[in-house]
Design a protein around this ligand. Sequence first.
Ligand code: GUN
Length: 297
Amino acid sequence: MADENIIDGKAFAADLRARIGEAVTQLKAQHDLTPGLAVVLVGADPASQVYVRNKNKATLEAGMQSFEHVLPDTTSQEELLSLIERLNSDDAVHGILVQLPLPDQIDEQAVIDAIDPAKDADGFHVINTGRLAAGGDAMVPCTPLGCLMMLKDRLGDLSGKEAVIVGRSNIVGKPMAQLLLDANCTITICHSRTADLPATCRRADILVAAVGRPEMVRGDWIKPGAAVIDVGINRVPKPGEEGKFRLVGDVAFDEAKDVAGVIAPVPGGVGPMTIACLLANTVTAACRQKGIEPPAL
Ligand code: GUN
């Protein structure tokens, strides 16, 4: 497969962030509005620290305001809920993201439920999942939104395509299915009890893998010419190099790349799009809160 069939998520995300930067410049000039994103991290999980640092940097680079709240891993649920309450009523904060996972003493769902749905930059609040299902101005989870943008960019109109999603998580699988359904695809969601996973995947014009199982989707599960989006991020030991790891997706890339028409690899595919979509969501949220038509991004 030629290189042009490998989706360069890094370049795509950089373009999107540049467009967001231009939109922010306009919002400042025309409406005196600077979109602001608050990111809350509880504890010191190294992977979460890296994500939060990258989110902060990208937010500032797009000309937006970034509010970072780092709390100790002993934080109580009440303390976290009282911070959320303050952010909900802070007019400079248009988007709120609480980095998951949270420590055991905190009820994740209660925290998500406490975020003002209008400021829910992740789109995890039940009001937003409901709006996504029923129609309306939902905040849309960032990773599936990024996948949809890449698919539309490469394939154009998705109407009538057979889409198979492997994984039924609230963060990726379910909202991905909803977005592809809205784009007029025919949807199948697979999971651990699916009877014949390889055969179901082989039907897909669009195959989205989001299960967190390293290289589970093999080359011969893919219909020739299909669009494959790999959402998995798995750390696996490097063969022969003790203590070292490499990142692989849920798709066996070396096998898949010769069969797929286009493929978003790991790393460098969906990953960079997630942060760019978080910024896009914050701009959208800021505009809606001010009664301004959100820019097309
Ligand atoms: N942890 C890993 N991915 C995500 C995400 O998309 N949003 C939040 N809030 N936490 C995460």
